[in-house]
Design a protein around this ligand. Structure first.
Ligand code: NAD
Length: 481
């Protein structure tokens, strides 16, 4: 289906692309076929020691490179990623499963993110504070925090990584990136763009291996000054505790369970088309995917019928096939998770309107699935589904909808559709969520902050807040000028 060859996989440590020191590897699987497509070097502690030493040297050198020069290098990295987008996107589809057009959007969007962070790195301004006596100078200086350990997942192999890598590099930090073991090659090709653009080899390391072994080795190291993690809430809490124990700065982009509230006065056709597209994008493996649909009883039947119709007609297949609108799940663990959550919902009394089964036994395909009238004690109403399953429940009054939206410990994204300005502004104020998007899907842009509250984590990526995560504030005061 494609002429693009899956690339040879390597670690990048101290300026060299190489296998693991002890030669160990992990298999990489094509989720559309179940075939092994690559052997991924599995970093040992000897490799990590080398990566730490390189990151230490890399930080000392890279922080001294002028902000304008760093900006030019990062802009070039973004241009290289755009030039290589067709190949990189194809590799991503082969290893991750998403439709090729989604992989193209991710790759080009990642280049835009890199451009924006490169630009903002030039504006990492401090300030001068007026003194209490005339012979004192008071300076606030923004310094790079130091070598960063970044841990990124498989659902957006480039986008989740570039937000961390480009932000850290733009202000002068070095990075050890532990990329996604399930989808390593597209992330590797992104790292190659930075290096080819002129980022020094010591400033950017790429490692893979057993995630817990790597994080438990890197986070306590005195070299690492900051960690940034994207992944599940359970792992995030563990890593945040480890970071706290070693007094490391941390950004936590964790799971979500986004409510999508459709009010009686909403544009139902628009709500259906935007929400269903975002429900099934990347087969639902998106932390900001709408997952708990709360629909006013006056428009409930119409919304459910429309959603079921869209779900039944969604073209599911290999992401390389241009007809495909939804690819396979990224790995077999998600199939097991879907089967468990769906069986539990049925047992608890939810109505299965469509889907609910694995498709075939080659690759990891799962039917677009819709439940209605889902009891609140069903696991799917409490645990992040991270798959192509929509749960639709009805509400009568607005307070009821907002109470349900805020019920869970998650607080990442929330969506609502209404034509009432009053309802819209009440939602902006009352929804407990890091991002609230009303009447459109308007989150996750390079220039807007992306992040959660409550169990969805802390810190932002994107927006100027995304750079704050990688700087420390130093105050210098001097008398007698
Ligand atoms: P998982 O929790 O084992 O892994 C999620 C990610 O975290 C992976 O990239 C993994 O390599 C990494 N990870 C796991 N343990 C780690 C550790 N101890 N140290 C460092 N990194 C670690 O689960 P999974 O089966 O890969 O994915 C399932 C769940 O993960 C989903 O249900 C979803 O909640 C969450 N997830 C969230 C995002 C997101 O964008 N927030 C992305 C991927 C997965």
């Amino acid at each position: 289906m494609s002429d693009v060859a899956y690339p040879k996989l390597a670690l990048h440590i101290a300026g060299a692309w190489r296998p693991a020191a002890d030669g160990e590897t992990l298999p990489v699987i094509n989720p559309a076929t179940g075939e092994t497509i690559g052997e991924l070097p599995k970093a040992s502690t000897a490799d990590l020691d080398e990566a730490l030493a390189a990151a230490d040297r890399g930080f000392a050198a890279w922080r001294k490179v002028g902000a304008f020069e760093r900006y030019k290098i990062l802009r070039k990295a973004a241009d290289l990623l755009r030039e290589r987008a067709e190949t990189v996107a194809t590799i991503m589809t082969i290893e991750q499963g998403k439709p090729l057009y989604e992989a193209r959007i991710e790759t080009n969007g990642a280049a835009d993110t890199c451009d924006w962070l490169a630009e903002e790195g030039r504006r990492n301004y401090g300030r001068v504070i007026p003194p209490r006596s005339g012979d004192v100078l008071q300076l606030v200086i923004k310094e790079p925090v130091g070598p960063v350990a970044a841990f990124t997942p498989w659902n957006f192999p480039i986008n989740q990584a570039i937000r961390k890598v480009a932000a850290a590099l733009s202000v002068g930090c070095s990075v050890i990136l532990k990329g996604p073991e399930d989808t390593p090659a597209s992330c590797q090709e992104m790292v190659r763009c930075f290096l080819d653009a002129g980022v020094p080899g010591d400033a950017l390391q790429l490692v893979f291996g057993v995630p817990s072994e790597i994080s438990e080795y890197l986070i306590p190291s005195p070299v690492i000054r900051k960690i940034s993690f994207t992944g599940s809430t359970a792992v995030g809490k563990h890593l945040a505790a480890l970071a706290g124990q070693h007094m490391k700065r941390a950004t936590m982009e964790l799971g979500g369970h986004a409510p999508a509230i459709v009010f009686e006065d909403a544009d139902i056709d628009k709500a259906l088309s935007v929400l269903s597209a975002n429900k099934y994008r990347n087969a639902g493996q998106v932390c900001i995917a709408p997952t708990r649909f709360l629909v006013h009883e006056a428009v409930y039947d119409r919304f459910v019928d429309g959603f079921v119709d869209i779900s039944r007609n969604l073209e599911v297949g290999n992401g390389l096939d241009p007809k495909t609108k939804m690819g396979p799940l990224a790995h077999s663990r998600r199939i097991e998770a879907m089967e468990t959550l769906v069986a539990d919902a049925v047992e608890k009394g939810a109505t299965l309107k469509t889907g609910g089964k694995r498709i075939g036994n080659q690759g990891f395909f799962y039917e677009p699935t819709v439940f209605t009238d889902v009891p609140l004690d069903a696991r799917i109403m409490n645990e992040e589904p991270f798959g192509p399953v929509a749960s639709i429940n009805r509400f009568k009054d607005h307070d009821e909808a907002i109470t349900e939206a805020n019920r869970l410990a998650y607080g990442l994204a929330a969506y609502a559709y209404t034509n009432s300005a009053q309802t819209a502004s009440a939602l902006g104020a009352r929804i407990e969520s890091g991002m609230v998007s009303i009447n459109h899907h308007g989150v996750a842009l390079p220039e807007t902050p992306f992040g959660g509250m409550k169990d969805s984590g802390y810190g932002s990526e994107g927006g100027i807040e995304g750079l704050d995560a990688y700087v420390t504030t130093k105050f210098v005061t001097q008398q007698g000028l």
